[in-house]
Ligand binder design. Structure first.
Ligand SMILES: Cc1cc2nc3c(=O)[nH]c(=O)nc-3n(C[C@H](O)[C@H](O)[C@H](O)COP(=O)(O)O)c2cc1C
Length: 272
């Protein structure tokens, strides 16, 4: 054992590195259930292996396995079919309800029913979510995040009976993969990394950063006949135009959803 209390050995690094380099979001699942002991092992490792702001542990994980209840989540997640297929759906919640109940019981001052509280709990929730993903992926299972969580926040909160100052942050589906998709590209590392201060890319650097993405991403979308037809009908000729068109990330829809999220943060007492 090293002085830090964990085993010395390259194999630890190699295993994690292999899990990361093998990552692909999985959207087709076998119906095989996941053993309760496996779920608990992964979640225990994920929670105890995650940093936690103030070690306040302001996170809750809601497991959904019941078929009828998964059907409702499927509806709330824009009817993405693999929500029904996958045996397990986990909703990660920013949760100050438990902590605030404890504070109240101990006659301490109330706190965390504010934007700082939401921010802190939401980031803790995302850290745990990613640990859970790695834990399942390391055991040969597949995962996919559900961005649709954001657009059904209130409905999911009601459905899961979340109390005050407790809101969903993200959702993952988990199961045994029934597909082996190719690994997806990322922008080159130099797009992410900045040395000491932020480097604003020049036009040439921007072109270089997006060169491959513009070709590969466009080809991937245009290989889907319905998307190709929709793009053609709207005169969309590039990936950038596609991304902020009404087909993909529509700014008008985002404006409406942003107002809904703000209203929900108020309702749940994260905003005054
Ligand atoms: C926060 C978040 C939300 C996502 N939401 C969805 C989703 O709703 N549906 C989906 O099919 N994939 C979703 N994904 C998966 C991404 O599309 C995927 O990670 C990305 O295309 C890169 O592919 P890869 O994960 O296979 O490397 C989401 C990923 C993240 C991180």
């Amino acid at each position: 054992m090293a002085s830090g209390g964990y085993p010395v050995g390259l194999e630890v690094v190699i295993e994690l590195s292999a899990v990361l380099s093998h990552h692909r979001s999985i959207r087709k699942y076998k119906p095989d259930p996941i053993k309760q002991t496996l779920i608990e092992e992964v979640c225990h490792e994920a929670v105890t292996g995650a940093s936690s702001s103030g070690n306040l542990n302001s996170v809750s994980l809601v497991l959904t396995r019941d078929v009828a209840r998964k059907r409702r989540l499927y509806e709330l997640h824009s009817e993405q079919g693999f929500v029904l297929e996958a045996p397990l759906v986990i909703t990660f919640c920013a949760d100050w309800f438990r902590t605030r109940e404890w504070l109240r019981a101990r006659h301490a001052r109330d706190n965390f029913n504010n934007l700082v509280g939401y921010h802190v709990a939401a980031y803790d929730a995302m850290i745990i979510a990613q640990n859970v993903c790695l834990g399942f992926e390391a055991r040969g299972l597949g995962i996919c995040y559900m961005g649709t969580t954001l657009f059904s926040l209130g409905e999911i909160a009601d459905f899961l009976e979340l109390p005050d100052t407790c809101l969903p942050v993200t959702t993952i589906v988990v199961g045994y993969p029934d597909e082996d998709p190719p690994k997806r590209d990322r922008l080159p590392l130099n797009a992410f990394l900045h040395d000491e201060t932020y480097h604003r890319p020049s036009q040439e650097e921007l072109d270089a950063i997006y060169e491959q993405r513009e070709v590969k991403g466009w080809e991937r979308y245009m290989a889907i006949p319905e998307l190709r037809k929709m793009a053609e009908e709207r005169g969309i000729t590039s990936l950038a135009q596609f991304y902020t068109s009404e087909i993909k990330y529509d700014p008008d829809y985002f404006a409406i959803e942003s107002s809904r999220i703000r209203a929900l943060l108020e309702l749940k007492h994260f905003l005054p």
